[in-house]
Design a protein around this ligand. Sequence first.
Ligand code: FAD
Ligand code: PYC
Length: 417
Amino acid sequence: MARFSFPALAQKALGGHRDWPEQWPQAAPKSEYDVVVVGAGGHGLGTAYYLAKEHGITNVAVLDKGWLGGGNTGRNTTIIRSNYLFDESARLYDHALDLWEGLSQDLNYNVMFSQRGVMLLAHSVHDEQISKRHVHANRINGVDNEWITAEQAKDYCPPLNISASVRYPVIGAALQRRGGVARHDAVAWGYARAAAARGVDIIQNCPVTGIRRAADGRVEGVDTPQGFIKAKKIAVAAAGSTSLVMEMVGLRFPIESYPLQALVSEPIKPVMPCVVMSNAVHAYISQSDKGELVIGAGTDQYVSYSQRGGLHIIEDTVASICELFPIFTRLRMLRKWGGVVDLSPDRSPIIGKTPVPGLYVNCGWGTGGFKATPGSAHVMAWTVAKDEPHPISAPFTLDRFRTGRLIDESAAAAVAH
Ligand code: FAD
Ligand code: PYC
């Protein structure tokens, strides 16, 4: 039976969710594991799940400084798509999209994956050229994406304003029909429950404060307020805090942490049939199954570890949304929040081994890692189990910042940073 520490905060967050057995034992961590995963977001929990399911490694603990899914996984706006420009990224994000399509069945937990289509608007000739380049590159890689006119965009998304008289008229869009949204915290809970059922321990309220190494340089375990926990291998999936964790072994990581925020409107009846994004006016929007319009934009312009953000960003975002969707002008904002995203220099993730034997990392997803969760966790588990990169994640090593083989997806990140 898997062991849990289950603080009151998490019980509140899970809100009596019917699938979550609240009577599960509260436990301290064991003294020794084959693998310790740092970070109980989707990527860390998923890594533990695939380690158990696909590699038979079940003596695994996932440690989190807060509650599971309380990081970016539970704060993001859940846009899922795989329309990235470069071959390496297309393979990685499409691998994730393939897994999304079977995830609820695999976990026996409804992650509410909804392939309602993701539309990226173009407002200028430059936008159109960039979008078409993406569409062509995607199709060569077998990733669905198509160019549609402004009128077709309006047919697909009736609330969209395609009037020629606005400041940035819509002149067309790239549409990925396989893209969509999912329920973010269900992804964390689904992976947690499925990993726990296979014997993985999930220990909340347990920050990793140090990483110890043996005389030969290999990792030996982690320090926590609950004591030292021995580990043969350590997998770090601590988005937003990667540099802090890596400093524990003296590694300087090419990562900067920025606040990224979002907001929701009061709930209304279904009105937005798809996801709409615009890089030019700098806003994106969808509607959750609860009825709230889910709205966001870019990161703040300064580095910070604060899980909030500047109000001016929200003001600009809402102004853009009101121009694109005048029918939403009279809606009220229900709440706003922020997360801390970790940006790598080329805006692509870093997945794989580190210079420290037995230490693995999964970070740098920046503003776009939710969509990657199943794929990222799947290749990460392989890497940890076999001590070698999965073929799909092999190009995403830390080493590329030394060799210069960058995968510059800054345009595909789709939100400004
Ligand atoms: P997280 O879910 O952040 O998990 C990391 C965990 O590590 C946290 O729970 C944290 O508490 C823990 N941790 C940190 N340090 C320690 C430590 N020392 N010891 C123990 N635990 C530690 N992506 C998309 O694809 N689509 C979107 O629409 C989208 N929208 C976003 C909107 C917002 C407002 C934000 C903030 C992000 C958005 N993202 C989006 C990005 C996405 O949320 C992240 O890339 C993804 O969720 C990262 O998942 P993760 O599991 O790696 O990290
Ligand atoms: O990566 O598609 C994305 C995204 C949308 C909002 C934040 N990230």
